[in-house]
Design a protein around this ligand. Structure first.
Ligand SMILES: [Zn+2]
Length: 261
């Protein structure tokens, strides 16, 4: 049965003598593995659409065991990513997280449009990779239903405090007055593991909440304050990575690039 779908190529590897194996993220079918027969040949009709980071229209013979590509038409190629190695590394990380969190035969939900918006921001708008990373990580928590409740302290309900702790794994704020450090020690004694707490100012809490909840047209409007943006970046990474419990090699590589840059 021939199936047509839009999809983003998040991985493209050589297979056999002349084939390519593509990993696509699609809206309807989630993650798909598709064979492009003869895809490595220079004159292959799949050449343009089977490059990594290409968003295109794919027609395939879809079976339970194997998907064989019939036609592929690129719609957007994000060539601008090639101009900046840090942006390219971040795009790799975005695609790895997207592939890791998308199931086969399940709709990809909000994660695919978010990733496409971030690739567009890097490639066409030239937004700073650090900012795009923060927005991707924070909004990815929402796309996956893992986002923290940043509205108020989960214990006293107050939202007018200066400082809060973000309890990462519970996705909750605890205000400074409700006292976390001693509580933290007690938890460590009881469970043998430390809770992951991030101290955040009210301005940082507010900014993170705005990034997660912002309308799509304003999703990359981060505060001007550089220190605040850096803090948001640290918080977004710690939060997402601890929830996904995965070491992403592409993230390590991106960080190396940032150091060199
Ligand atoms: Zn409180």
């Amino acid at each position: 049965m021939l199936t047509q779908t839009d999809g983003l190529v998040v991985n493209s590897t050589d297979s056999g003598e002349s084939d390519k194996l593509l990993t696509l993220i699609t809206e309807r079918y989630g993650k798909m593995f598709v064979y492009a027969r003869g895809g490595r040949r220079l004159n292959s009709k799949f050449m343009a659409a089977s490059l990594k980071f290409t968003f295109g229209d794919f027609v395939m013979d879809k079976t339970d065991k194997l998907n064989i590509l019939h036609e592929a038409t690129p719609k957007r190629s994000f060539f601008g990513l090639q101009k900046d190695i840090t942006s390219l590394c971040l795009a790799d990380y975005i695609c790895e997280v997207l592939a890791d969190t998308t199931m086969e035969n399940e709709p990809s939900g909000k994660a695919l449009p978010l990733a496409l918006n971030c690739l567009y921001a890097l490639s066409e708008k030239g937004y700073p990779p650090q900012d795009v990373k923060t927005v991707f990580e924070l909004r990815m928590t929402e796309a996956l239903g893992l986002n923290p409740d940043l509205s108020c302290c989960c214990r006293c309900g107050r939202s007018d405090r200066e400082w809060y702790y973000l309890d990462v794994m519970n996705g909750e704020l605890i205000c400074h007055d409700c006292g976390v450090p001693s509580d933290d020690d007690r938890t460590r004694e009881l469970t043998g593991t430390a809770r992951i707490m991030i101290l955040m100012s009210s301005a940082e809490v507010y900014a993170a909440d705005r990034v997660i909840g912002a309308d799509k047209s304003r999703m990359f409007s981060l505060p001007n304050d550089k220190a605040l943006r850096r803090k948001l970046g640290e918080m977004s990474e710690k939060y997402l990575i601890n929830h996904l419990e995965h070491n992403y090699k592409t993230l390590d590589f991106y960080k190396e690039m940032i150091k060199l840059g």
